[in-house]
Design a protein around this ligand. Structure first.
Ligand code: NAD
Length: 249
């Protein structure tokens, strides 16, 4: 897909799915800002590009801080002049029984996974609306937020929140020709998934009709579709990319 003359901001771009998304946009010719709490990881993503048509610039951001998110926005605008695509891929997860959770874990999950995308959308909508040429926002949800997931109870709640936020924001900003959609990965081969116990990873792979977990690039394909001109009339939608693990409507 072709993204020349477009500026894409990707959070969580230092690892896993966000990294694959940043590389895919750069491959399509976009000017990419790869932002992550882990600045060194973001720099590794930027350094990885090989023969890409666009460019990747690494930036540090903490999506739990409005100040940090606004600083990222101002920096991107100063360097690129505009932002046409925003992807929220930063996220955290801990798998354990709900009854073992601490309140701190709940607060952290909400701060990163739910309020993170809320903050990033709020900050970047101002210049997108002001530019008056539309834009694309893609939020990373999770199948956990669609159908639930044992051991990821509050995480699933934050992802359900991301889905509802996506739909509501899509209604509000359609008048500005800004599309807001949500990609919900199933189990995907990233450091986050590797942190799950081996027996859970194997059981999940067996339960998937394709008998394997996703590669990050396969999630990126869906994100790039939503960010492309091919999805101009699609907004407020939720796409599960899970190898058929979930097929609920
Ligand atoms: P990952 O752990 O590989 O990468 C997440 C990145 O987010 C890391 O680089 C991390 O530094 C960054 N991050 C964490 N907190 C941050 C903060 N406060 N500010 C900025 N960046 C921060 O995870 P992943 O598997 O690539 O997950 C990407 C997204 O996809 C997440 O939203 C996750 O919930 C979702 N997801 C993943 C899976 C899976 O199986 N891997 C499944 C469903 C949904």
């Amino acid at each position: 897909m072709e993204f020349s003359n477009q500026t894409a901001v990707v959070t969580g771009a230092g690892s896993g799915i966000g990294r694959a998304i940043a590389l895919a946009f750069a491959g399509g010719g976009a000017t990419v800002f790869a932002a992550d709490l882990d600045a060194a990881a973001a720099r590794r993503t930027a350094a990885e590009r090989v023969a890409v048509a666009g460019s990747i610039t690494a930036r540090s951001v903490d999506v739990t801080s409005g100040e940090s998110v606004r600083a990222l926005r101002d920096d991107v605008l100063a360097q690129a002049g505009q932002v046409s695509i925003v992807v929220n891929a930063a996220g955290i997860d801990v798998t354990e029984p709900f009854t073992d959770n601490t309140e701190k874990l709940w607060a952290d999950l909400v701060a990163v996974n739910y309020l993170g995308p809320v903050r990033v959308c709020r900050a970047f909508l101002d210049p997108m609306i002001e530019a008056g040429v539309g834009g694309k926002i893609v939020n990373l949800g999770s199948d956990a937020g669609r159908v639930g997931s044992t051991g990821e109870t509050v995480y699933a709640g934050t992802k359900g929140g991301v889905i509802a936020f996506t739909k509501s924001l899509a209604r509000e900003v359609a008048r500005h020709q800004i599309n807001v959609n949500c990609v919900c990965p199933g189990p995907t081969d990233t450091p986050m998934f590797a942190a799950q116990p081996e027996r859970i990873r194997q059981a999940l792979a067996r339960a998937i009709p394709f008998r394997r977990v996703a590669q990050p690039a396969e999630i990126a394909d869906a994100v790039l579709f939503f960010a492309s001109g091919r999805a101009g009339y699609i907004t407020g939608q939720v796409l599960s990319v899970s190898g058929g693990l979930t097929m609920a409507g």
